[in-house]
Design a binder for this molecule. Structure first.
Ligand SMILES: Nc1nc2c(ncn2[C@@H]2O[C@H](COP(=O)(O)OP(=O)(O)O)[C@@H](O)[C@H]2O)c(=O)[nH]1
Ligand SMILES: [Mg+2]
Length: 441
């Protein structure tokens, strides 16, 4: 799991606070020492650790407690807030203007995951109905051209490259010209040179030549402390607009992500979670920190989940019970679930859902939720309100638009019908609606 090690030592520190009979000054100081140790071991930059821990100490000890909140809850919340604020309070999207060309330039050292994330990004935008294209401006590494061309072909995305070219600035320029009518043009660059200076100069020249909408730094999530100096070097050469942290699967500790943010001031927008082309997730700060801290059983998160539940319930309860449960309503529920964090954690907090799903099934369930979301996103408003009008040709269109198969669309409709039926049977039993009214497995 993402950041397992850092997560578990921070979690242990938090648990100590949750379990202590009294939360006093001494215990807060101990928490901060544990917290510092955990962050330093995860290769987070020392200065940064000091800054964060000073803020936490000050707020945890000096701030007046809000009414009804115990010192214990306050301390936990301060830790969560500080870390979340640091990585950016809300998820930030790439600012793509549809209907015109947006050039995204990826930079980062060799092996960080640029080429892979370039293809993943293309796929990400393709799924959302935009027209992406990929350009290989890595003329240094043999095989770079073929690697990206094959990835592009595998997802049916237009590709530009010049296999024998020596001048990456020219190749980038040609490609951007070629794809004038594409909405998202993703430019993959080289990550190595005979010397670093030449690489940095090359990035500057390419950026000048193609004036990208955003320059994205790709960091390897497993490298730890080096992330800070890499990020700083690239940020000096060009203006880094955002960061993708790749390889945050497996046992990556991910402290580098925090250091990269500190060195550039740029937000993390995506994380790479595997080698496959679908393994790209928008970075959700609260969720990331929640995971990092193992916040699954912490009151504040439970409260948040309850809130999210009630929001859905109250807004929709009348419509739901009158049988007017549309796909748009279902979509809202998917969104609410996915924004709360990993499925198992969400499920474990819902009364009656306390069983453990096997990991493989969980993954499938999460993937399926995402797939269903894309499918609903590809529908017209009429289709969402009245799924009965979905005939074979509409389904085909939707499958194409969402990058899924027609069988996926049919499966969603089947699930929707089953949920609707269940809701009708639930009439009058309002409390049940606070639970997730559909099956995930
Ligand atoms: N596990 C994992 N591996 C990744 C991820 N992204 C890239 N890789 C692998 O990292 C290696 C280097 O990736 P590549 O995209 O060629 O890096 P580049 O040199 O920066 O273009 C390849 O073996 C990729 O399959 C990721 O999110 N998770
Ligand atoms: Mg590459």
């Amino acid at each position: 799991m993402v950041l397992e090690k850092l997560g578990s030592s921070l979690y242990d520190a938090i648990r100590k606070v949750l379990r202590a009979p009294v939360v006093d000054r001494e215990l807060v100081k101990e928490l901060i020492r544990d917290f510092q140790r955990a962050l330093l071991q995860a290769d987070v930059n020392v200065q940064l650790v000091m800054e964060l821990s000073q803020n936490i100490e000050k707020k945890a000890l000096d701030e007046e407690l809000p009414p009804g909140i115990s010192r214990r809850e306050h301390v936990v919340k301060v830790v969560y807030d500080e870390l979340t604020r640091f990585v950016g309070e809300r998820p930030q999207a790439l600012d793509i203007r549809p209907g015109r060309q947006n050039v995204l330039m990826l930079v980062g050292i060799q092996g960080s995951g640029k080429t892979t994330q370039a293809a993943k990004l293309a796929r990400y935008f393709q799924k959302r109905g935009l027209k992406p294209a990929l350009i290989c401006a890595d003329t240094f590494r043999p095989g770079a051209y073929d690697q990206l061309r094959q990835l592009a072909e595998s997802i049916n995305v237009d590709f530009y490259g010049e296999p024998d070219a020596k001048d990456p600035v020219a190749v980038a320029g040609h490609g951007v010209k070629e794809f004038r009518d594409h909405e998202v043009v993703i430019l993959d660059t080289s990550g190595r040179h005979k010397e670093e200076k030449a690489l940095i100069l090359e990035m500057q020249q390419i950026a000048e030549a193609v004036a990208p909408q955003e320059i994205i730094l790709v960091l390897d999530g497993t490298i730890g402390q080096q992330a800070a100096s890499q990020a700083a070097a690239f940020n000096e050469a060009t203006e880094i607009g955002s960061i993708i942290v790749a390889k945050l699967d497996g046992s990556a500790r991910g402290g580098g992500a925090l250091s990269g943010v500190a060195a550039t001031g740029a937000p993390v927008k995506f994380i790479g979670t595997g080698e496959k082309i679908e393994d790209l997730e928008p970075f959700v700060p609260g969720r990331f920190i929640g995971r990092l801290l193992g916040m699954g059983d912490i009151e504040s998160l439970v409260a948040k989940v309850k809130e999210a539940d009630i929001e859905v319930t109250e807004k929709d309860v009348t419509a739901l019970l009158s049988g007017k449960f549309s796909l748009a309503d279902m979509y809202q529920q998917f969104e609410a679930m996915r924004s709360m964090g990993p499925l198992q954690k969400v499920l474990s907090m819902i009364p009656g859902f306390s069983y453990q799903l096997p990991d493989s099934e969980l993954e499938l369930a999460e993937e399926r939720l995402d797939r269903w979301k894309y499918i609903i996103e590809s529908m017209t408003p009429e289709e969402r309100e009245d799924p009965k009008i979905l005939n074979a040709s509409r389904m085909r269109r939707i499958a194409r638009g969402s990058g899924t198969d027609e069988s996926d669309v049919r499966e969603l409709i089947k699930q929707y019908n089953a949920t609707r039926k269940m809701l009708r049977q639930l009439k009058g039993r309002r409390r049940m609606l606070r639970r997730m009214p559909f099956k995930l497995g």
